[in-house]
Design a protein around this ligand. Sequence first.
Ligand code: HMG
Ligand code: MG
Length: 285
Amino acid sequence: MAERVEIFEVGPRDGLQNEARLIPAAEKIALVDLLSRAGFRRIECASFVSPKWVPQMADSAAVMEGITRVPGVLYSALTPNLKGLERAQAAVVDEVSVFGSASEGFARANINASVAESLDRFRPVVAAARDAGLPVRGYVSCAVECPYDGPVAPGQVARVAAALSEMGCDEISLADTIGRGGPEAVDAMLGAVLEALPAERLAGHFHDTGGRALANIEVALARGLRVFDAAVGGLGGCPYAPGAAGNVATEAVAARLAELGYETGLDLALLDRAAEMARALRAPG
Ligand code: HMG
Ligand code: MG
């Protein structure tokens, strides 16, 4: 039987957060509902951050309330602090994520804190989420390169990943936020992180700015990773990472994984429909 690889769908969050047009909640809900039927185990569909920082995600509670939950699918959301966690719990999310950075420049730009301060801020969030029985992800942004500080040392990525794990994050998602990493740099980064954490605890989150995301995923597969974040239709970018293009497209990852002989459990025809819907959200009419 083919080995299973999970695609963690981040389109409704990472994909849409950066869109200039304020997308109505009903359109986001329609996208999540279509994705819910495509066979994902987890869909990141909300972000309980400051609405002043990311206006596009201000309607996250309405999105969570409006979606039709499919049993067995976990609906995930970003929670930068305790206020975010409270809002996420009120909206009955199934999994939460804190999001740190391996670089100081991006930590400051994205969450207005140093790396050390952000880890201190996450500790009570992760503890409270775990007390509430919620699984927790921890993102490490700029795991290869930072738009402010340049190349990031693999050892620094490993330290932040280990700190997130020690405070209780179940899974650590290693992000090439601006998509500038190539296979060699990604391999070196993974080599360092794998000295601290096993591959089963890691996910790869690749933006496709440089067109190398699929090659980077193959490197990560060879290193034993079996969870990859992707956004349907290749939506995405980060408002605080200038130059970051979309996430690698879910349908492209699913197709490549199938070619490589892995099983994703996804309905490729439904994925294509969702990709079409995602692209239309981006450029209506
Ligand atoms: P701050 O200004 O330092 O925080 O922002 P603050 O505590 O002083 O709060 C400022 C205001 O925001 C206050 O309101 C708070 O109540 C409010 P005011 O008194 O001015 O009216 N506030 C909140 N409101 C709603 N929900 C909350 C919340 N927290 C504070 N949770 C903060 C610090 C972390 C809040 C801010 O920097 C922020 O929200 N940043 C989020 C930026 C973001 O969402 N970036 C994109 C997601 S990360 C990403 O895309 C990368 C990823 O995909 C991986 C990768 O590719 O690298 C995950
Ligand atoms: Mg991202």
